[in-house]
Design a protein around this ligand. Structure first.
Ligand code: NAD
Length: 309
């Protein structure tokens, strides 16, 4: 079997189109334009690039965006004061603090200070708890962006996930744990592997769905993969290129081996990566809809989804 290659770039583009329609609806019906604000602390070039891309993509779907670049020596009190101002600003619907933060700042305190209704990364304990408590449909809630994107890619491949065996490699707060929660909500039988897991190949051999977010290049060999499974590779790893070539980006899964066994697989780059920022925009739109207290937001959403793309 040779796997179908899942095109995350194309899927993200169609999601952005759908979001742009939702943004237009909100403007037409309520006179509101969703606004996302990013806070960047320090001058890490990769973080600056991510923040710039988020702003560009927000503009491409018709949202407002703004970024605050703060020096790496900013005090925690001043950062918290800025977040509090943004929390109170009714024109701001989504707030994100680009990670990592400098060591003198308490990351947990910062994430906790964001109004959960504006927490478009989905990292606030209230949103983490909502996801874990299975209280509402995930399709209307803010959930962490990368796992949300993985679920959309899986939904395109598999009509019903119910009863399937899913293995998530990695248990970070950003990817692994929320991914496992979403798969559980989709009624998969979920196993979570991490650095201390024994017999990873045996576990993976039973997975109908494999999601790897370990950050370990080439960790997962093709021979471990259950034939016919769907493989979602979240890993983004920079490795030295061939002689005379620069560094290249690879996933956690040995792609060429795995594509001979899986039924579908995400490439790296071009798989999960492009979905992440698109899902951040989806969360910003969801947050704006919730904050405008639209009576019957479900009706709004179904109008949104029935629009031609
Ligand atoms: P992390 O370092 O916080 O967590 C890594 C997890 O993988 C840990 O739970 C660890 O126990 C587990 N792990 C590491 N090595 C392992 C091994 N050999 N066997 C089993 N488990 C192992 O990382 P993270 O923030 O969750 O990110 C994981 C990867 O996903 C990274 O490569 C990161 O760059 C990538 N990532 C991609 C996107 C995207 O948009 N595509 C978004 C976030 C993270």
């Amino acid at each position: 079997m040779v796997a179908r290659i899942i095109n995350g770039k194309q899927r993200a583009a169609s999601l952005r189109q759908e979001i742009a329609i939702g943004v237009e609806h909100l403007r037409a019906q309520r006179g509101i334009t969703p606004k996302l604000v990013a806070i960047l602390v320090g001058d890490d070039p990769a973080s600056a690039l991510y923040v710039r891309r988020k702003g560009e993509q927000a503009a491409s779907v018709g949202m407002h965006s703004e970024s605050h670049q703060l020096g790496s020596d900013i005090s925690q009190a001043r950062l918290l004061a800025l977040i509090e101002t943004l929390n109170r600003d009714e024109a701001v619907h989504g707030i994100l603090v680009q990670l990592p933060l400098p060591p003198h700042i308490d990351k947990a305190a910062v994430l906790r200070s964001i109004d959960p209704a504006k927490d478009i990364d989905g990292f606030h304990p209230v949103n983490v708890g909502m996801l874990a408590s299975d209280s509402e449909a995930a399709s209307d809630r803010i959930v962490p962006c990368t796992p949300m994107g993985c679920m959309m890619l899986l939904a395109d491949e598999i009509a019903s996930l119910e009863g399937l065996a899913a293995v998530v490699v990695g248990c970070s707060n950003i990817v692994g744990r929320p991914m496992a929660q979403l798969l559980l909500q989709a009624r998969c039988t979920v196993s979570i592997a991490h650095i201390h897991t024994r017999n990873l190949p045996d576990l993976i051999a039973r997975a109908d769905i494999l999601v790897s977010a370990a950050g370990a290049p080439g960790l997962i060999r093709g021979s471990w993969i259950k034939p016919g499974s769907v493989v979602i590779d979240v890993g983004i790893n920079r490795v030295p290129g061939e002689a005379g070539q620069g560094a290249r980006i690879v996933g956690d899964v040995c792609f060429e081996e795995a594509r001979m066994r899986a039924s579908a697989i995400t490439p790296v780059p071009g798989g999960v990566g492009p979905m992440t920022i698109a899902c951040l925009l989806e969360n910003t739109l969801r947050a704006a809809i919730a904050q405008t207290a639209l009576q019957g937001s479900a009706r709004f959403r179904s109008a949104r989804s029935s629009d031609p793309a």
